[in-house]
Design a protein around this ligand. Structure first.
Ligand SMILES: Nc1nc2c(c(=O)[nH]1)N[C@H]1C(S)=C(S)[C@@H](COP(=O)(O)O)O[C@H]1N2
Ligand SMILES: [Mo]
Length: 195
């Protein structure tokens, strides 16, 4: 298992980022309810890539999978330390689809209409997982199952639950919360909460 709970060292800060309090709960935070997911879900990958694809969820594991211990920081102020997530590392997916040289940003799309954006370089971080497992069990629906993104180096709104697609872009398109004043880069150790 890969342990990425030392990300804060790179950031030059404490494990618990400034202004956060630790909780042993795992609260559910969704802009609306839990959406229904198609019975044969696919992950659609399009935009600035060599190979636009619609990948059945069950084929994701063939691309690669990994279990990680990582921390989860919600911008509203709670952090859950030492979560165990399993899934496909984003950099492995990126290799599989072949990203265009001029791709600079990523927009994640979800089944509840949620979107969130990140610079491509921040998505290529080893801790960014397309996760289908939590604590050794299938990821619960209210936490984004069957497939979500986790971003331990960013506030958790960067991790889209109920992931439906990944769009590679040559310029930034702000996502749902980013259009409403939240930070594009969302570094918890710099307290990048709002713009
Ligand atoms: N699709 C989708 N993803 C989402 C959200 C959402 O409303 N819809 N909320 C975000 C926010 S603000 C947070 S803190 C985390 C919460 O994840 P959790 O409910 O598993 O704790 O999911 C993020 N991803
Ligand atoms: Mo959040």
């Amino acid at each position: 298992m890969r342990d990425v709970t030392d990300i804060h060292e790179t950031a030059g800060g404490e494990r618990l980022p400034p202004g956060q309090r630790e909780t042993s709960e795992f609260p559910v935070l969704s802009k609306g309810g839990t959406p229904s997911i198609p019975s044969d879900p696919t992950l659609d990958v399009w935009g600035a890539v060599d190979d636009e694809r619609s990948i059945p969820f069950e084929a994701l594991e063939d691309l690669g999978s990994e279990r990680q211990r990582q921390d989860f920081h919600c911008v509203t102020g709670w952090s859950r330390l030492g979560c165990i997530f399993g899934g496909l590392p984003f950099p492995t997916l990126a290799d599989a689809v072949g990203i265009d040289d001029d791709a600079s940003h990523v927009l994640f799309h979800a089944h509840d209409g949620y979107t969130t954006d990140l610079p491509l370089s921040e998505c290529l971080h080893e801790g960014v997982l397309l996760a289908w497992e939590f604590d050794g069990d299938p990821l619960p629906g209210d936490h984004g199952g069957p497939l979500r993104v986790v971003t331990p180096h960013k506030y958790a709104y960067k991790g889209a639950k109920w992931l439906s697609g990944i769009e590679f872009l040559t310029e930034r398109t702000p996502g749902y919360w980013e259009q409403r004043g939240y930070s594009g880069t969302a570094d918890p150790w710099k307290e990048e909460r709002y713009v």
